[in-house]
Design a protein. Structure first.
Length: 55
């Protein structure tokens, strides 16, 4: 008998980070693939993501 709890299906990163992506777009940062990669690495931390993007 399988006793592992069900896992949620993976969420599309563009959906997961939609509000953050909109904020970056408002700042003129439109490289969505790069922004998603940085958001994934920083768990959505906008300040840290900006630091990584501009280093």
């Amino acid at each position: 008998m399988d006793t592992d709890p069900p896992t949620a299906p993976p969420v599309d990163p563009a959906i997961r980070w939609a509000s953050q992506l909109a904020l970056f777009a408002e700042m003129g940062i439109t490289d969505t693939a790069n922004v998603i990669q940085v958001l994934e690495a920083t768990n959505g931390d906008i300040d840290l993501a900006l630091q990584l993007l501009f280093q």
